[in-house]
Design a protein around this ligand. Structure first.
Ligand SMILES: *[C@@H]1O[C@H](CO)[C@@H](O)[C@H](O)[C@H]1NC(C)=O
Ligand SMILES: [Zn+2]
Length: 344
């Protein structure tokens, strides 16, 4: 045998070096692949409306204001009159924006193009405005909902917690609505009640566990619509429909169940729109309907990754009482899902 046999001491050193190298490699991978996501502590207050200055002597003490006082303090500080008094946030889980508004400037080649006629007519009459809202990976429900309400995209490890959701403690919109005295109600995917266990005045959580069910998951949401549209106490109503996502998981994008399911979603939008139009300005209250999807889906109906098909989610804004067309401030139709940045 050529070369000297390894002495015990050299072998130990080599082994130690090899193990150390592996540990360094593993650490590099873990911190590179799973970005650490430092959450900013605390919650923003009225001072967020001020221009940033070096002088930090300005301290707003809004800790002991009543909710209504806090609301009007925010209104005064922002100097923006509020256009809407109530919001309906309708989440259609897994709906690719392409189904409704095509890809790029092309109408979708997809057979789904005609599946939402009422929403299409609102868009073509400029009663609604639609965006491709780019979702950040991981394209699964819980991190996407967190991104929408907090504006932070979260870490990759969120996937691991997707099924075991903890209450959401970061600064977020829903908590702020609650703090200014809004009544919030929620019907649909119970991820919302897990994230916000004590926020909703009324809720009916649907478990996304029954992936094979495409009927009851949506029926359990829609059954509340009539009564809640007639109720006047709430300020934010969340509807989270899981059916489209479940149809995708069963049969992919081109499932025979997809077109009827999209039509069902279209009928919900139609019902809300007609109900609100009939009620005029709804006792002086103007209502905004926001239709979003949390993520898209691949051809085979999966999601989680960062392909165009999975990140192409939807954001549609419908002014429910306005009779005049909406003029969009920009022709860019691609935004980030997490917040109000434009793609540059
Ligand atoms: C729908 O509601 C019924 C009655 O409240 C309940 O038994 C059922 O489990 C719900 N379905 C789902 C999918 O959550
Ligand atoms: Zn989802």
């Amino acid at each position: 045998m050529a070369g000297r046999p390894l002495s015990c001491g050299r072998l130990a050193t080599l082994t130690f070096a090899a193990v150390l190298l592996q540990i360094i490699g593993l650490l590099l991978f873990v911190f590179g692949f799973f970005p650490v996501n430092p959450a900013l502590p605390g919650i923003s207050g009225a001072e967020s409306y001020r221009m940033p200055t070096c002088d930090d002597s300005f301290e707003t003490d809004n800790g002991n204001l009543l909710p209504e006082q806090l609301g009007s303090l925010y209104r005064d500080m922002s100097q923006i009159p509020s256009t809407f008094d109530r919001i309906i946030l309708m989440v259609i889980d897994g709906l690719p924006a392409e189904f409704l508004i095509g890809r790029g400037d092309q109408p979708s080649q997809n057979s789904m193009w005609e599946a939402m006629p009422y929403t299409h007519s609102l868009l073509s009459k400029q009663r609604a405005i639609a965006y491709h809202a780019k979702a950040a990976p991981p394209t699964v429900t819980m991190p996407r909902l967190k991104a929408m309400v907090s504006g932070a995209i979260g870490g990759f490890l969120d996937v691991a917690f997707n099924f075991n959701t903890q209450a959401f403690l970061d600064d977020n919109l829903l908590d702020h609505f609650y703090r200014i005295g809004w009544k919030l109600i929620m019907f649909g995917d119970n991820t919302w009640t897990k994230l916000f266990p004590s926020l909703f005045t009324r809720d009916d959580g649907v478990s996304s566990f029954y992936v094979k069910d495409t009927v009851e998951v949506d029926f359990n949401v829609s059954r509340h619509l009539e009564a809640e549209l007639a109720a006047s106490d709430w300020k934010l109503m969340i509807l989270h429909y899981l059916g489209v996502d479940h149809v995708g998981h069963i049969g992919g994008r081109h499932s025979l169940l997809m077109a009827p399911k999209l039509k069902e979603m279209d009928d919900v939008i139609k019902m809300i729109h007609i109900h609100s139009s009939l009620n005029g300005d709804d006792h002086g209250r103007r209502m905004l309907l926001v239709v979003v999807s949390d993520h898209g889906m691949t051809e085979s109906g999966n999601h989680g990754g960062s392909s165009y098909e999975e990140t192409d989610s939807l954001a549609v804004f419908i002014d429910l009482q306005s009779q005049s067309p909406i003029y969009a401030p920009s022709m860019r139709r691609e935004v980030f899902q997490k917040c109000c940045y434009y793609h540059t």
